[in-house]
Design a protein around this ligand. Structure first.
Ligand SMILES: C[S@@+](CC[C@H](N)C(=O)[O-])C[C@H]1O[C@@H](n2cnc3c(N)ncnc32)[C@H](O)[C@@H]1O
Length: 220
């Protein structure tokens, strides 16, 4: 099953997709292959972002004029493909993930899309990888979609590495609605982070009820 916005019925999710730009052939094939891997129990079925979110992220990357981007949590590479598609020819995307097996799928699709030279994948725990980058404004855009209890530290480490007006996108900030009634530490981590960000004057914050909740942070 393809992931979808949880607040929409399946019919409305179909309508939303049909009323937006379609996925290109490589993106659609990657969504299909990931769904097949999930159906065989080889990867988790809930990891990949929804197609409508990917289309938005590609549009945002281009509209923001982003040239340098970073992603934390890459999996089979769909969100990275969407960001990289929105970058200019001399743009770059740094992907951080610790899973060599799933990111091998990602590398295959990036090569097929002709984007392999625009994307660098660093394998390992994301927080030390992020901390090893110079603490100076480097990135125009960041996407965070890894371990939920790590988000607060990722946001803290991204702040000095983001250019002024740079944007961070945080995935799963509604936790299927459970931020209202957290049931586990991942839910609690996101509920606490959402409250902290809404009160943090360093960021302009908008939480969109798209997919599983997508928060946009603009560095003031
Ligand atoms: C939800 S999936 C990312 C989905 C991806 N954005 C997409 O649209 O296909 C989360 C990914 O984060 C990675 N991950 C989780 N915790 C991590 C950590 N501490 N360091 C590095 N990678 C991590 C997992 O290996 C997994 O591939």
């Amino acid at each position: 099953m393809t992931p979808r916005s949880f607040l929409l019925t399946p019919q409305l999710a179909e309508y939303v997709r049909a009323s937006s730009d379609p996925l290109d052939e490589v993106m659609a094939d990657l969504v299909r292959e990931t769904a097949e891997l999930a159906a065989r129990g080889e990867v988790s079925a809930t990891m990949q972002i929804a197609p409508e979110q990917g289309v938005l992220m590609r549009l945002l990357t281009t509209a923001l004029g982003a040239r340098t981007a970073i992603e934390i949590g890459t999996f089979t590479g769909f969100s990275a493909l969407c960001i990289a598609r929105g970058l200019p020819a001399d743009g770059s995307l740094l992907c951080l993930d610790r899973d060599e097996q799933v990111t091998a799928v990602a590398r295959r699709y990036w090569a097929r899309a002709g984007l392999a030279d625009r994307i660098e994948l660093r394998l390992g725990d994301a927080l030390p990888s992020l901390r090893s980058l110079p603490a100076e404004p480097t990135f125009d855009l960041a996407f965070v979609d890894a371990d939920k209890t790590g988000y607060a530290a990722y946001v803290a480490e991204l702040h000095p590495r983001l250019r002024p007006n740079g944007v961070v996108l945080l995935d799963n900030t509604l936790r299927d609605g459970r931020v209202l009634d957290p049931r586990d530490e991942d839910d609690r981590a996101l509920a606490e982070l959402n409250a902290a960000l809404a009160a943090d004057p360093r960021w302009e914050t908008a939480l969109l009820p798209l997919a599983d909740g997508l928060t946009l942070l603009r560095k003031r």
